[in-house]
Structure formats: structure tokens, C-alpha cells
Design a binder for this molecule. Structure first.
Ligand code: FAD
Ligand code: DHB
Length: 386
């Protein structure tokens, strides 16, 4: 097989890149390790910045998102009995939209298959060769058959545990990382959301977040131990903990339960030779700022524009600038996600200096419109450079 761009991974990053390249007349092949039903069923992020929504709509894959997504013009912070609504739209003129990541994935898979474009599921033993030159190749097996894809460019969109980042020689990559001493237990429950907006709560027992997927489906998160076994959290314990941290909750059957570790991670630069990393393959943010999927979409906008310039006009300027442009946003989003995380979680000592600074930070945020504006403009999404 041969194509211009070989894309490893059919998450939001790989699928959107494939879609944007197709619209630009550039041929790409997407290779995914898991099955279609697995990637369409995996429950993860759910909040889209306005720019992400606009990107998907402009790309022609936003019809269902516009119909079924839930636009939000504010969010609520809670701390020690106090409440503060952050008026996102009044402060910034922009809004965010709740729409599950797996719905974005379903829409992009449907568009790709409807256009008859190549998408190989269940690819095993994926590896790359020749990324230090102009003729890289991706090798994998499918149904036991060895396959080889020759391309001009490889896009590593295979998430944090993928193989693309590891294909870059260690000496050419700098890793910057912080692992947090807690995780999130997330549930999906057939219950009416407690509020029409998201609630982020800092409580003595730990952080809690109430979000949603629809008017009848609640998504709730609780701070827990980093190595927590979900089996230690029977439904009754989860509802009791949520009620303490959030006040009243609407209970209902829990249909999914999982623990997500919390990490800040950046691999730089995001390019080595003919390999470009995008999304979680290059960076991870803790989920408190709701940025993971949005950052993947922002990378892909830049990569699609760079590849368009290269294949259609022979320009390399944007390809050479790819890593710099992406990392400028990545680090601002890392800062915001780290800031939200450290402000809203419980660390061990609840009576030390850090705890008092944390409480003062929230107090200040509750009172100062300037502080609220800082949160709001980051939360709705910073402007794109490309
Ligand atoms: P991914 O979505 O990870 O896609 C990568 C794809 O590559 C996958 O389909 C994978 O199967 C495939 N792949 C992996 N290895 C290979 C290989 N060797 N060969 C071929 N294909 C491969 N963000 C938030 O903002 N809020 C949240 O609440 C939130 N919750 C999360 C919960 C979990 C459990 C996880 C893991 C992430 C969560 N995130 C959250 C982060 C967000 O989901 C990611 O930032 C987003 O998925 C990034 O998209 P991506 O396309 O870069 O990577
Ligand atoms: C959701 C997840 C987040 O991490 C967040 O900050 C906001 C919303 C969600 O799953 O809806």
C-alpha cells in the first residue's frame, strides 16, 4: 500500500486529521489497533471548546453535534458551602458544548466510511521505520497477514500508550512530566443532572465534578486514591461520597465506572523527521480543565494546514513551525489544567501553608471578576494561531 500520509490511531486526533486531509485532496490511510465497536464505546472526555465545535462544523462533521450537543454559558464553583457562577459567555462572548468524545469519534468514523476512505481496525504489531528520511513506512498485521504502508509523512495520533512517540530516538526528545497523588473515579448514571450547568466542587473529602451527557444521563467524577480499584467503590459508597461533596444528587442506575490517573506530560519537539505527533501521543493534561480532546483538535488544525502547504504548494514553512506553534498552546493549556487541578483537589495536609493558599485562591476567584475572566477565557479556549 502507498499513500501520502499514514495516520496511526483512530481517536479524535487521527480521525479528524484524516478528514481534513481528505477535504484538502491529500490521501491518507488510518491504522487503528482496536475494533470499531471498542473505539466507539470508550467513554472519555465530554466538553468541547467553541473553537473545537467550529472546527468540526466547518469540516462538515458537526450536524449531529449541533443537534444533540448541550451548549453551556457558565459553570459553577463550590467551596466550603460557597457557590460562584463563572459567567463564561458574559465574560468572553463564547460558550462550550457538552458532547461525548465517543460521539465525535462515531461521527468521524461514519464520515470516513461513507466516503469510502481507508480505515484499518484491529491492526496488530504496528511499527514505523525510516522516519529519519523522506520515505517512511508503517508495518502491521491484520488477520495474521503482514501489511506495509509506504508514505511521505507519518502522523502519530496513537495516544499516550501508542508506539509513535517511542519510535523517536530518546536523545531527540525531551520529556517533562508531573504525576499527581490522586485519580478520578468517573461514573455514568441514568439520572437527571443536578444542574443544567457543570459543578466543580472542592471539599474537605476531595474534589467532585458533576457533568452530563444528556438531560437523562449524568456523568460524575470523584477524587480518589491514584491506585484505586473501582471494586472498592460499590454504588452506595459513590452516591454517599457525591452527596457529601456536592450536596444533593439525583441517584440512578450506574452504567459505567472507571478510574483515570492524573498526569501532566509533554514530549518535545512534536516532530522528528517525517513523523509528526499530535494529541495524547505528545501530551497529557489532567482532566480538571477539560482540555485533552480540545488540545488534540488544536494540534490537528495546525498539522492539516502544514500538510496542505507541503503537498499542494511544496511549502515546508508550516511543517517546520509545527512543533513551536503547537507547544505554545500546549504549555498554556498545561498551565491552566495544572492550576485548576491544584486549586480544586485535596492534598494530604489540610492545615498547612499550601492548604491556606489554596483556600485563599478560591476565595479570591469567588470575589474578583478579573480572576473569573482569567478562568473563563482559558476554559472556553484560547484563540488559535493557525
Ligand atoms: P486517543 O483518543 O487516545 O486515540 C488514540 C488511538 O490510537 C486510540 O484509538 C488507540 O486505540 C489507538 N492506538 C494506540 N496504540 C496504537 C497502535 N500501536 N497502533 C495503532 N493504533 C493505536 N479528557 C478530558 O478533557 N476530560 C476527561 O474527562 C477525560 N477523561 C479521560 C479518561 C480516560 C480513561 C482517558 C484515557 C483519557 C481521558 N481524557 C479526558 C483525555 C482525552 O480523552 C484525550 O485527550 C483524547 O482522547 C485525545 O485524543 P487522541 O486522538 O490524541 O488520543
Ligand atoms: C467533563 C470532563 C472533564 O474533565 C471536565 O473538566 C468537564 C467535563 C465531561 O466528561 O463532561
Amino acid at each position: 500500500m502507498r499513500c501520502q500520509v499514514g495516520i496511526i490511531g483512530a481517536g479524535p486526533a487521527g480521525l479528524l486529521l484524516g478528514h481534513l486531509l481528505h477535504r484538502a485532496g491529500i490521501d491518507a490511510v488510518v491504522i487503528e489497533a482496536r475494533s470499531r465497536s471498542y473505539i466507539e464505546g470508550r467513554i472519555r472526555a465530554g466538553l468541547l471548546e467553541q473553537g473545537s465545535v467550529e472546527t468540526l462544523v466547518e469540516a462538515g462533521v458537526g450536524d449531529r453535534l449541533l443537534r444533540e450537543g448541550l451548549p453551556h454559558e457558565g459553570l459553577e464553583l463550590r467551596h466550603e458551602g460557597g457557590r460562584r457562577r463563572i459567567e463564561l459567555t458574559r465574560l468572553t462572548g463564547r460558550r462550550v458544548t457538552i458532547y461525548g468524545q465517543q460521539e465525535v469519534v462515531k461521527d468521524l468514523v461514519a464520515a470516513r466510511l461513507a466516503a469510502g476512505l481507508p480505515l484499518h481496525f484491529d491492526a496488530a504489531g504496528v511499527r514505523v521505520e525510516g522516519i529519519d528520511g523522506p520515505r517512511p513506512a508503517i508495518h502491521f498485521t491484520q488477520g495474521g497477514e503482514p501489511r506495509r504502508l509506504d508514505c511521505d509523512i507519518v502522523a502519530g495520533c496513537d495516544g499516550f500508550h501508542g508506539i509513535a512517540r517511542d519510535a523517536i530516538p530518546a536523545a531527540a526528545l525531551r520529556i517533562l512530566e508531573r504525576v499527581y497523588p490522586f485519580a478520578w473515579l468517573g461514573i455514568l448514571a441514568e439520572a437527571r443532572p443536578i444542574s443544567h450547568e457543570l459543578i466543580y466542587a472542592r471539599h474537605h473529602d476531595g474534589f467532585a465534578l458533576a457533568t452530563m451527557r444528556s438531560e437523562t444521563l449524568s456523568r460524575l467524577y470523584l477524587q480518589c486514591a491514584p491506585d484505586e480499584d473501582p471494586a472498592n467503590w460499590p454504588d452506595g459508597r459513590i452516591w454517599a461520597a457525591l452527596e457529601r461533596r456536592l450536596g444533593a444528587v439525583n441517584e440512578g442506575p450506574i452504567i459505567q465506572k472507571g478510574v483515570t490517573g492524573m498526569r501532566s506530560f509533554v514530549a518535545e519537539p512534536m516532530r522528528f523527521g517525517s513523523l509528526f505527533l499530535a494529541g495524547d501521543a505528545a501530551h497529557i493534561v489532567p482532566p480538571t480543565g477539560a482540555k485533552g480532546m480540545n488540545l488534540a483538535i488544536a494540534d490537528v488544525r495546525v498539522l492539516a494546514a502544514a500538510l496542505d502547504g507541503f503537498f499542494r504548494r511544496g511549502e515546508t514553512r508550516l511543517m517546520d513551525e509545527y512543533s513551536r506553534i503547537c507547544l505554545a498552546r500546549v504549555w498554556k493549556v498545561q498551565r491552566f489544567s495544572w492550576w485548576m487541578t491544584q486549586m480544586l483537589h485535596r492534598y494530604d495536609a489540610e492545615d498547612g501553608f499550601e492548604h491556606h493558599v489554596q483556600a485563599a485562591e478560591l476565595d479570591y476567584l469567588f470575589q474578583s471578576e478579573a480572576a473569573q475572566m482569567t478562568l473563563a477565557e482559558n476554559y472556553v479556549g484560547l484563540p488559535y494561531e493557525v
